[in-house]
Design a protein around this ligand. Structure first.
Ligand code: AGP
Length: 605
């Protein structure tokens, strides 16, 4: 959940690292720090708050001169966010500086051991324990010391290390936290993701678990846990710097909402060949499974809820969606006849990884729907289908979510065909509908101005309900999460038929209810629910399909979205809800791209 960068070369390490930290800030933003090495001296500056606070201090510090260094932007796990707990952490002897992403589970035990040896600690962090252990293990051989330290640590880490005895070299290693190495000319980088250095190089090496990299300006050497050199392949990143910049938009979130037609197209197009769905990456016989279990967290789980409905509806294959943080501890009834689908934008979500491991241990085949190439989830899965959304920087996912749904559509149609559950005519119709999704998403974005006006009307609400049925209910879950995570307004999503079993007690004069009414077969049912909340004083903002005339008589405000087959409505109807959340948050002056208490990839439990 933290951002890490390391650099070594001939340029100004401070400028390069601070610039990288700005790009990485979406990974965590409660404090930040930088350490630069100059000969045998390591100088460090840390600051509570956003990276800009660090920049304003670091830029004035003349000691941060050098061509080699490490930086970090933090999402606190151990210890409150303050200057002392911010990374890098120095060993007591001043020999090592270390930045860390992850959690060290046996830190207390190690700390006690080191205290008994006479070491003292300044911070409350597990990271300081690691750097002290490293210095304790050091006998002049840095590689040996890092490998020994790694072997003693239980937990997850991606680390960057400077050693005062080895000027010009940065070290990085990982277990269950991502590290990518960037290869330049006469300079090299590493980062917790590519955005750290994408403006300098697109040639990368993905570090695997239990590997250590020794990075100097002209050379990168990678070792396995035994200290043996390993050869790694170089991957070329396919997106460029513009994808990781705001390009004139006020926020990444708005840019990413607007990018959805292109992202959906990029996800769909390569997989439709001669009007057939082709998954080159999926060499499985769907007939061998008697059930599908989708697992994920947050919005990815909500995409899975849509996926469950689509797979069950058109494949007639028993499918469930379960939150990964629950599934991992529930001794789930999974066997080799279960296809587990893990969904993740970042590919690094700790609970999803744990749920996948649990599923694999029970013999399931695991398919990942994932955005980040080479991520832990992509590698852990038996099969991976990439969503080609490009980098997503805003903490609130938008194009990550819609491209996951696009993959579910394609997967379900592909599977239904294999299972003989749809005839050729329906198959062709579905494919034509899929091909039209980018254009329909684009037309939905035309609602931008109208949604903004509605947000102006409703942004003062203290509590907002989202109601819908079946497919629409799955979308309400995501619409409500979007609103609460970036605007901090209390919100709940309810299956519309459930309201009367308790929650309707909360409906009162002026309460805003967003009613999603796009699933045509249940239109009359949701209209009854609208009437019930209106009778209790609620104001209703309805989202309906473009030919729906009835709805104007029922709701206070209406947003009409392009019509398509019922199963494809979720990918369209979420777009105005994303825009609504965005403009409500903007009117409430919230920090939209970096909402409080959150971070982009949740690599801790
Ligand atoms: C959504 O806006 C959130 N940022 C969050 O719920 C997110 O979807 C969840 O943490 C899962 O992340 P992942 O897709 O990277 O696994």
């Amino acid at each position: 959940m933290c951002g890490i960068i390391g650099f070594t070369g001939t340029g100004d390490a401070r400028g390069i690292i601070l610039d990288g930290l700005k790009r990485l800030e979406y990974r965590g933003y409660d404090s930040a720090g930088i350490a630069v090495q100059n000969g045998n001296e390591i100088n460090m500056v840390k600051a509570q708050g956003k990276v800009d606070n660090l920049i304003s201090i670091a830029e004035k510090n003349d000691k941060l001169i050098g061509t080699c260094g490490i930086g970090h932007t933090r999402w606190a796990t151990h210890g409150v966010p303050n200057d002392v707990n911010a990374h890098p952490h120095l060993s007591e002897d001043g020999k090592f500086a270390l930045v860390h992403n992850g959690i060290i589970e046996n830190q207390l035990e190690i700390k006690e051991r080191l205290i008994k040896k006479g070491m003292t600690f300044k911070s409350d962090t597990d990271t300081e324990v690691m750097v002290q252990l490293l210095s304790y293990n050091y006998d002049g051989d840095i590689k040996k010391a890092i490998l020994k330290t790694m072997s003693e640590i239980v937990g997850s880490f991606g680390i960057g290390v400077l050693c005062a005895d080895n000027p010009g070299i940065v070290y990085t290693a990982k277990v269950a936290s991502p590290i990518v190495i960037g290869l330049g000319v006469g300079e090299n980088y590493f980062g917790s993701d590519i955005t750290a250095f994408i403006n300098h190089t697109k040639n990368v090496i993905d570090l695997d678990d239990n590997e250590l990299a020794e990075v100097s300006k002209d050379k990168v050497t990678i070792y396995n846990y035994k200290g043996e050199e390993v050869k790694k392949s170089i991957r070329k990143v396919t997106w460029d710097i513009a994808a990781a910049e705001k390009s004139g938009y006020e926020h990444f979130m708005l840019k990413e909402i607007m990018e959805q037609p292109a992202a959906i197209k990029a996800t769909i197009e390569p997989r439709i060949k001669d009007d057939k769905i082709v998954f080159d990456e999926l060499n499985i016989d769907i007939k061998k499974f008697d059930r599908v279990l989708i697992t994920a967290c947050g919005s990815a789980y909500y995409a899975g809820c849509v996926g469950k409905n689509v797979i069950e509806k058109i494949c007639r294959l028993h499918t469930s969606a379960e939150v990964a943080s629950e599934l991992r501890y529930s001794d789930p009834m999974i066997d080799e006849k279960t296809l587990v689908i893990a969904v993740s934008q970042s590919g690094e979500t700790a609970d999803t990884i744990a749920a996948m491991k649990e599923a694999k241990s029970k013999g399931a085949v695991v398919l990942a729907i994932v955005n980040v190439v080479g991520s832990t989830i992509a590698k852990l899965a038996d099969y991976a289908i990439y969503t080609w959304a490009g980098p997503e920087i805003a903490v609130a996912t938008t194009k990550g979510y819609t491209t996951q749904i696009a993959v579910f559509y394609m997967f379900a149609i592909w599977a239904a065909k294999q299972l003989g559950k749809i005839d050729d005519k329906k198959y062709v119709e579905y494919i034509q509908d899929i091909k039209r999704l980018p254009e329909r998403a684009q037309r939905t974005l035309d609602l931008n101005t109208k949604v903004q006006k509605l947000a102006d009307k409703y942004f003062h609400n203290k509590s907002i309900f989202f109601i819908g049925r079946y497919f629409d209910y799955a979308v309400c879950l995501e619409g409500s999460l979007k609103l609460k995570e970036i605007s901090y307004i209390h919100s709940e999503a309810y299956a519309a038929g459930e309201l009367k079993h308790g929650t309707i007690a909360l409906i009162e004069e002026g309460r805003l209810v967003v009613a999603v009414c796009c699933y045509e077969p249940l239109l009359d049912k949701i209209i009854s629910n609208i009437q019930q909340v209106k009778a209790r004083g609620a104001e209703v903002l309805a989202l309906a399909m473009e030919d729906n005339k009835k709805i104007f008589k029922e709701a206070d405000d209406v947003l009409l979205v392009p019509k398509t087959d019922d199963i494809f409505m979720p990918i369209i109807e979420i777009i105005p809800l994303q825009l609504f959340a965005y403009y409500v948050a903007k009117n409430n002056k919230c920090d939209i791209d970096k909402p409080k208490n959150l971070a982009k990839s949740v690599t801790v439990e």
